[in-house]
Design a protein around this ligand. Structure first.
Ligand code: UDP
Length: 339
């Protein structure tokens, strides 16, 4: 019998791609989302890609009774938790909103997982490493004190999971994502930021589409070759595959430790300017951009050492940054065509 995976926040950017990956790998998937930061586009896209309707529950993970009811209704073998707020700047302005939602929802997931013996995959972030002393970062690199409530919730949720795994006999994996970008090759699902995008690639594609006048490159006086920040941009479909590998590792009892952490990145640093140039080249267009002051809180350079994920999950990033940027542009055009 196939196993059932619950994807909280499954209608969002990462959740929708993971849902497709899981379903294509033979898992039954239940999607749950409160739709607070997305519309039905991605859910419809997921069903169109898969050629079938997946169970969808509109619910808030801060509602403990609703989470309990969900776990009682479906026999859930593993849960992947994405349902969280993710705007760093907003978290600084409204820390309580972030603590209540991001911690509260995860505590409810852990409580239900404890009761049902469900394994838990948590969507963590490279933000836990802060400004690293040494690059690339391995899973052993020290976590730094968080510079935002958002980053703090990622660290705290990792710790909640570690402690619950220790105490309750469930398995847990935290995946630390670097910078997820791109869209499904079908262009039917992708990133749908509300309002002005905070992240680089949606800002680039919206500028190329004429929705934004000009991209600001935040700082060209960093101590890097071209003066702009270095990041590890990971293709969203590659990232989704890492989740399938991690869930399978948990469910097939192949873990070395009951709680494991993996970096999910390419291992290749790319500067902001390099990314902009790659976008222009692969899509054959010119982007309107200017150099602007540094953005508060940005680290100079961070990229992954993804060796552990390759060794233990059997996962490796496969898509080039050019292919990924082409998929991001195809998605932006798909969205523009709908509006
Ligand atoms: N960035 C930029 N202009 C933008 C958005 C981002 O120059 O409009 C830069 C940002 O300073 C960082 C990189 O792009 O160096 C990636 O930023 P993003 O917000 O996408 O992800 P982060 O690494 O901050 O999580």
């Amino acid at each position: 019998m196939s196993k059932t995976v619950l994807v909280s926040g499954g209608a969002g950017f990462i959740g929708s791609h993971v849902t497709v990956g899981l379903s294509q790998a033979g898992y039954d998937v239940v999607i749950a989302d409160n739709m607070s930061n997305c519309d039905e586009t991605n859910y419809k896209g997921v069903c169109a890609i898969l050629g079938k309707q997946l169970p969808f529950v509109k619910m808030d993970f801060c509602d403990a009774a609703a989470v309990d009811a969900l776990f009682n209704k479906y026999r859930i073998d593993a849960v992947i938790h994405f349902a969280a707020y993710k705007a760093v700047g907003e978290s600084v302005a409204e820390p309580l909103k972030y603590y209540k939602n991001n911690l509260g929802s995860f505590l409810n997931v852990l409580e239900a997982s404890r009761a049902h013996g469900t394994h838990v995959l948590f969507s963590s972030s490279a933000t836990v490493y802060g400004e690293p002393e040494k690059t690339p970062v391995t899973e052993e690199s020290p976590r730094q004190e968080a510079t935002s409530p958002y980053g703090n919730t990622k660290q705290m949720c990792e710790d909640f999971l570690r402690d619950c795994v220790r105490a309750y006999g469930i398995h847990g994996i935290a995946l630390r994502y670097f910078n997820p970008i791109g869209a499904h090759p079908s262009a039917l699902i992708g990133e749908l930021p509300r309002g002005v995008p905070n992240n680089l690639v949606p800002y680039i594609t919206q500028t190329a589409a004429g929705k934004r006048e000009c991209l600001s490159i935040f700082g060209n006086d960093y101590p890097t070759e071209d003066g702009t920040c270095l990041r590890d941009y990971i293709d969203i479909v590659d990232l989704a595959k890492a989740h399938v590998c991690a869930v399978t590792r948990m469910l097939e009892d192949k873990m070395d430790e009951p709680y494991e952490i993996f970096n999910i990145g390419t291992g290749r640093p790319v500067s902001v300017l390099e990314l902009v140039k790659a976008f222009e080249k692969v899509n054959g267009l010119k982007l309107n951009y200017k150099i602007a002051p540094r953005r508060a809180g940005d680290v100079t350079a961070i990229w992954a050492d993804p060796t552990l994920a390759e060794k233990k999950l059997g996962w490796k990033a496969t898509r080039s940054v050019e292919d990924t940027l082409a998929s991001a542009w195809a998605w932006e055009k798909h969205i523009a065509g709908k509006n």
